[in-house]
Design a protein around this ligand. Structure first.
Ligand SMILES: [Zn+2]
Ligand SMILES: [Zn+2]
Length: 214
């Protein structure tokens, strides 16, 4: 639609968005509401790593939640403290999601590489908000965040309570991602969930997803 560069959907999109130049923003805000997954990379292996069915999130990560929880239970900490430590982890996840979405995913970037980075990190979700296999974080991304944030967290959080914080953090992530998928694709049968879904779309009330209108 009047763009200097016309995107070829038969080829990987990631290598093309840079060429949109200053039209990128406009292009991004003409979402394609299809459940089909567009081609992001020509390389089949990399492409595969970007596709994640929603159920893989609980299947893959809940065992890690359980493992961290069991390690925490073996520590010499009373149950009330353990509960608060897990709540702290949940809170830290929420804070992380908010800051990451607000300041990293929606960072203003320009130029060829700016467009490309923006698209790879989060832009694809605004262009294809209903893409069934790109609604939850890909496992490679989660593993990267898990390992780097764990190393970072160890600098500040006492070792005694660390597994508990990690339990809450990872659990927060799993709940968030499954809920995020549900908001896009679920057909709520429980009235309250239906209301919530409608609200999400129309009033965008869930603050920490403020920018994520789709
Ligand atoms: Zn967003
Ligand atoms: Zn979304």
């Amino acid at each position: 639609m009047g763009f200097k560069y016309v995107v070829d959907t038969n080829r990987g999109l990631v290598q093309q968005v840079g060429k949109l130049g200053s039209d990128y923003d406009k292009w991004l805000h003409q979402p394609i509401n299809s459940k089909a997954s567009p081609k992001l990379y020509d390389n089949k292996f990399i492409e595969l790593l970007t596709l994640t069915p929603w159920w893989l999130v609980p299947v893959l990560w809940l065992p890690f939640v359980a493992w961290n929880f069991v390690v925490m239970l073996r520590r010499d900490v009373d149950p009330i403290t353990t509960m608060f430590v897990i709540l702290l982890g949940l809170f830290l996840w929420t804070l992380f999601e908010y800051l990451n979405h607000r300041f990293v995913f929606h960072m203003k970037m320009r130029g060829y590489w700016g467009n490309t980075l923006h698209y790879v990190l989060h832009g694809f979700h605004h262009k294809h908000p209903m893409d069934k296999y790109r609604l939850v974080y890909p496992p490679v991304g989660v593993a990267f965040i898990y390992v780097s944030l764990s190393s970072f967290g160890r600098l500040f959080i006492p070792d005694l309570i660390f597994p508990g914080v990690r339990t809450g953090f990872l659990l927060g992530y799993v709940l968030y991602d499954v809920f995020h998928y549900y908001i896009h694709h679920g057909k709520p049968s429980i009235p309250i969930m239906k209301k919530l879904q409608v609200r999400w779309f129309s009033y965008r009330i869930l603050l920490y997803l403020l920018d994520d209108v789709y």
